[in-house]
Design a protein around this ligand. Structure first.
Ligand SMILES: Cc1cc2nc3c(=O)[nH]c(=O)nc-3n(C[C@H](O)[C@H](O)[C@H](O)COP(=O)(O)OP(=O)(O)OC[C@H]3O[C@@H](n4cnc5c(N)ncnc54)[C@H](O)[C@@H]3O)c2cc1C
Length: 517
């Protein structure tokens, strides 16, 4: 039985080590030397290297990279379990060599780079001797890559890049810029002449590429292949964000529970009030659902690829933003005035929820992707009624069972009439009632009205006169009851007539435009 929700003991030991390491060594560093891996001070750098060596000694360095790409090959599921521990601490992903945007850039470099490109850039990036940024979004539009204009023109043995990029995270401090052009992905050293970084925004940079010249071998992957590379990069990035978001949600949850048990109001601890309990319970369930969804998606990637798991990755992407928004809001609210300040992490966490719904693609685009891909597995139903239309299902069930029922009268008796509790003569009325259609009148047994309000012109009648009478008319769809007996009509095209005690089935063609009253 492979369906198992437990972590294997050997890896759990690693995770326990990671938890202790982060609490004891990474968290203090976050408060004293924020963004420690980026400090140039040799003393800080040396200390960071010492800590990173501990991670390497555990075999946990850069575990996002698959074996086929030269990484340790732990897979996304184990990475997910690791990320839900380290995602709680701002500096931990870099301490484990698993921080965006480098992870995504490393992944496409490892997957598409030539041996020379890997030699030149992959090692230094993996070892954090270099840092990189990803330059895709443009000022005139981010969600739709067809609006991007940045282009590289070939000129002799160089590419000349012209364009403008917006929101290149950490571009200012990157050594390498991975620039998505309309005709390919290019690796551009930041200090190349023509790379102009605008003063604002400070962190997510606006960059003008003006006649930026790079050698031909700075094209990464095939010419015109930028969208494929970007998709690969972003697919992995999105699931990694989601893994770390679980950790953030859990942190918010821990804070809300601790506070709910620590404060008093109106004669009880806050946790004694039902509306607080509701927030705790809802948050608990939301985090648990998100966690299972993320881990299952990570597992699917391991079984297939980020491309094949695209539907789930997109669904996880907008779900994590929503869960973070709900849980951090609940936590902020339960912390009261304190929650609204920057004296705890909760306010920043709440502010980051909309960011998670925009970065790496806005929620709407991911929702549209999910719906489009999911709908590929469905087909429209025939005729007016959905597959699960109960009268038709019931009729079909009776048809399938007929040989059994005919062979076994006792079973037929036990099955009873088609509509339990209805004498046979009322079956047509039941039909029209179901459809919200008309009434039945003038048959041998007398008029049978449907409930008030259901009878309106242009609908169904059984005149019960033994002719082929239009029975069920809806928007031009017509069925006939053949014969004098009452019948059962499913989707308006099939009728069972009851003739001389013998059930008969008639399948009628649809006739358009007939309105009978
Ligand atoms: C924190 C952060 C870091 C980022 N880092 C990087 C980075 O390193 N490199 C990089 O290149 N980019 C980066 N981005 C940019 C990010 O990729 C874009 O913000 C994102 O793709 C959306 O583009 P946009 O901001 O231009 O919004 P727009 O495309 O203008 O969309 C704005 C709004 O329009 C609506 N909308 C747009 N399209 C649709 C649609 N198809 N259906 C329905 N509604 C729609 C939505 O409401 C959407 O929120 C980052 C963004 C953030 C927030």
């Amino acid at each position: 039985m492979a369906w198992d929700f437990s972590t294997d003991p050997a890896f759990q030991e690693k995770l326990d080590w990671v938890g202790r390491f982060c609490r004891e060594k990474v968290e203090p560093l976050d408060y004293v030397f924020p963004h420690a891996v980026r400090w140039r001070d040799p003393a800080v750098k040396a200390y960071v290297r010492e800590l990173q060596q501990e991670v390497k000694d555990q075999g946990l360095w850069a575990i996002f990279l698959g074996e086929e790409l030269g990484g340790p090959g732990f897979g996304q599921l184990k990475l997910g379990l690791l990320n839900e521990v380290i995602g709680r601490y701002a500096g931990a992903p870099s301490m484990f060599g698993a921080a965006a945007p480098d992870t995504g850039n490393i992944e496409i470099l490892a997957a598409y780079g030539t041996e020379e490109q890997k030699r030149r850039w992959l090692g230094p990036l993996l070892n954090q001797d270099m840092f990189s940024a990803f330059s895709m979004t443009e000022p005139q539009g981010g969600s739709d890559p067809n609006l991007f204009k940045t282009r590289a023109m070939r000129d002799g043995d160089e590419w000349v890049i012209n364009g403008e990029k917006w929101f290149t995270s950490a571009g200012r401090v990157a050594d390498l810029l991975f620039v998505m052009c309309t005709n390919g992905m290019f690796v551009v050293p930041r200090d190349t002449p023509g790379v102009e970084i605008m003063p604002e925004p400070r962190t997510h940079n606006h960059i003008i590429y003006r006649d930026v010249r790079v050698p031909l071998d700075h094209l990464l992957g095939p010419e015109n292949g930028a969208k494929v590379l970007a998709q690969r990069r972003l697919g992995g990035g999105r699931i990694h964000h989601a893994m770390r978001t679980i950790a953030q949600c859990k942190l918010a949850f821990d804070m809300m529970c601790e506070r709910a048990l620590s404060r008093q109001s109106h004669g009880t601890i806050i946790a004694g009030h039902q509306m607080v309990q509701e927030k705790i319970a809802e948050s608990y369930a939301a985090i648990t659902m998100l966690r299972l969804f993320v881990l299952e998606t990570a597992w699917k990637i391991d079984q297939t690829s980020t491309l094949e798991a695209r539907t789930d990755i997109a669904a996880v992407k907008f779900t994590m933003a929503r869960v973070l928004r709900e849980v951090s809001y609940n936590a902020l609210h339960i912390l009261g005035s304190l929650g609204t300040t920057d004296l705890t992490p909760i306010q920043a966490m709440y502010a980051s929820a909309p960011v998670m719904g925009i970065a790496d693609g806005v929620d709407e685009v991911h929702k549209a992707t999910v719906a489009r891909r999911v709908l590929r597995d469905y087909r429209p139903h025939d005729g007016y009624w959905p597959t699960e239309y109960i009268p038709a299902k019931r009729e079909e069930a009776r048809r399938r069972l007929r040989p059994v029922l005919e062979a076994r009268p006792d079973l037929a008796r036990a099955a009873g009439p088609a509509y339990p509790g209805e004498p046979q003569g009322l079956r047509l009325a039941v039909l029209t009632d179901h459809l919200g259609l008309g009434h039945r009148d003038g048959d041998a047994e007398g008029a049978q009205d449907v409930p008030p309000g259901r009878h309106h012109p242009g609908t169904a009648h059984d005149r019960g006169d033994g002719d082929h009478d239009p029975l069920n008319v809806l928007g031009g769809q017509t069925a006939f009851l053949d014969g004098g007996g009452a019948g059962e009509v499913g989707d308006g095209r099939r009728v069972y007539g009851d003739q001389g005690g013998q059930p008969r089935e008639h399948v009628f063609a649809r006739r358009q435009g007939i309105v009978v009253h």
